[in-house]
Design a protein around this ligand. Structure first.
Ligand SMILES: *Cc1c(COP(=O)(O)O)cnc(C)c1O
Length: 455
């Protein structure tokens, strides 16, 4: 399908969803019927009807699925590596052709002159994270960007030097902050404050986070949390955390690896200071795809804000003068360091077009229904009874549910794999199941339920 056709279809969807919101669930029309599908049932007929009404259903055909036992797998692992879109090959071919036919000229001519390659992605990426194009840039990979942002935003003093993180943060984030703290000659045990769930709970209450920030007060330099926690799947209240951090004079930064392309975000309006994410999970940018970062415009515009620089952060107009003295662009692009990684951005560029055509609200609407349906089925008799599922609160969920196996986690994971269900297992005992709404169907979830029931 052409991009143009996609976007007109998407506009249609958005109108349907808007209608749904206005008229409520008891109105006629397919989309409001889709909204009413939150009356779940274990019958297969429910899944068939939900798929029939699903305005995003056709997107499934736009992705390549690996096969197992001669059948396409059911892919619930888009939280680790998103699938390859069918448009990706031609997106790569375009740049391979430009390289073959234009060589160095490709920087200034061809379908997408490489000199400005990041700029083809930033407006679309900015929409996905709820920011202006000048607050977003595409570069490097996630942990590298975290390091660069931490160096830009963490300036410890004798009085104000604490960093608040979630307990059990993704290891790379822990290592980034730990090594940053050591880099300043400080002791991580004294500087890094961790907040975890209350005794017997799995998610962290909003109240506990806000109280913690308040109690750390003017000793708190920075809050550095995930947007969605990779292990529990908890969607943190980014806006209220940011507000609380600012109230005590601290910086609020977020790792959005599991939030971007999964839930709607409004980084600018929420007043978030900085954020970084990878593009190979829900965004389907491909293995090791170039990541993204956001800095609020009050910093983006300030060319004197501290950072580590390189020539790609210079304005293109003066970059090739090769002069002494770094003058960053007055945008998030002023954090760029190296030459644009063109071949590593092709898939992402074409994927962002799909996300923009569909819109994050439509993705979220389907996602809530799909994940709610999964949770409903997993709580039926004959499934894995007694298995803890997080997040329990639908509002604190993205696309991912985490299932806690006290024993048999690895065996269960292996059994699912043999049956053609792709999920992942994370020590010490969680199977993460993430039906990404762009390419997972209600019937996929029902098939999964049947397999669980019979295993
Ligand atoms: C996936 C993920 C990473 C991975 O970082 P890379 O630098 O891209 O390897 C880091 N942090 C979080 C929270 C993640 O979910």
């Amino acid at each position: 399908m052409s991009v143009k056709k996609q976007s007109s279809r998407a506009n249609q969807l958005i109108r349907w969803f808007a209608l749904d919101t206005v008229k409520g669930h008891d109105s006629s029309g397919e989309l409001s019927n889709f909204g009413a599908m939150s009356n779940y049932s274990t019958d297969l007929s429910y899944a068939i009807e939900a798929d029939r009404l699903d305005p995003l259903a056709s997107y499934k055909n736009q992705f390549h699925f690996p096969e197992k036992n001669g059948q396409p797998v059911i892919y619930f692992c888009g939280n680790s590596l998103g699938l390859q879109g069918k448009q990706v090959q031609s997106a790569f071919q375009t740049e391979l052709d430009a390289w073959r036919e234009l060589a160095i000229e490709g920087f200034r001519s061809g379908p997408h002159p490489w000199l400005y390659y990041q700029e083809y992605l930033t407006p679309g990426m900015a929409k996905i994270v709820g920011a202006s194009a000048h607050e977003v840039t595409i570069m490097n990979t996630l942990t590298v960007n975290l390091h660069l942002l931490l160096l830009s935003f963490y300036h410890p003093t004798a009085d104000r030097n604490l960093i608040l993180m979630e307990k059990g943060a993704f290891p790379s984030d822990q290592y980034a902050v730990e090594t940053l703290v050591r880099h300043y000659g400080l002791n991580p045990d004294e500087i890094i404050v961790e907040i975890g769930p209350a005794e017997g709970e799995f998610c962290i209450s909003e109240e506990a986070i806000l109280q913690k920030i308040d109690s750390l007060g003017n000793r708190l330099a920075m809050v550095m949390l995930g947007g969605i926690q990779y292990y529990t799947g908890q969607f943190f209240p980014i806006q209220s955390i940011t507000k609380a951090a600012h109230a005590v004079g601290a910086i609020a930064g977020f790792d959005l690896a599991h939030a971007v392309g999964n839930v709607p975000l409004s980084l600018h309006d929420w007043d978030v200071d900085f954020a970084a994410w990878c593009s190979y999970k829900y965004l389907n940018g491909g293995p090791g795809a170039v990541g993204g970062l956001y800095v609020h415009e009050r910093f983006a515009k300030d060319i004197h804000h501290p950072r580590l620089g390189g020539w790609w952060g210079n304005d293109e107009k003066i970059r090739f003068r090769m002069e002494k003295g770094f003058v960053p662009k007055p945008t998030a692009g002023g954090w760029n360091i190296s030459t644009a990684q063109v071949l590593n951005m092709c898939a992402l560029r074409s994927s962002i077009e799909i996300f923009n055509a569909v819109g994050m609200e439509a993705i979220r609407n389907k996602s809530k229904l799909l994940t709610g349906y999964l949770a409903y089925l997993l709580q039926q008799p004959g499934t894995w009874n007694g298995i803890q599922i997080t997040p329990e609160d639908p509002e604190q969920r993205g696309a991912q549910l985490s299932l806690y196996f006290k024993e048999n986690g690895p065996v269960t994971f292996e059994r699912l794999t043999q049956k053609g269900i792709v999920v992942d297992y994370r020590e010490p005992g969680v199977i993460r199941i993430a039906p990404a709404p762009l390419y997972c169907s209600f019937q996929d979830v029902h098939t999964f339920y049947q397999i669980v029931k019979n295993s």
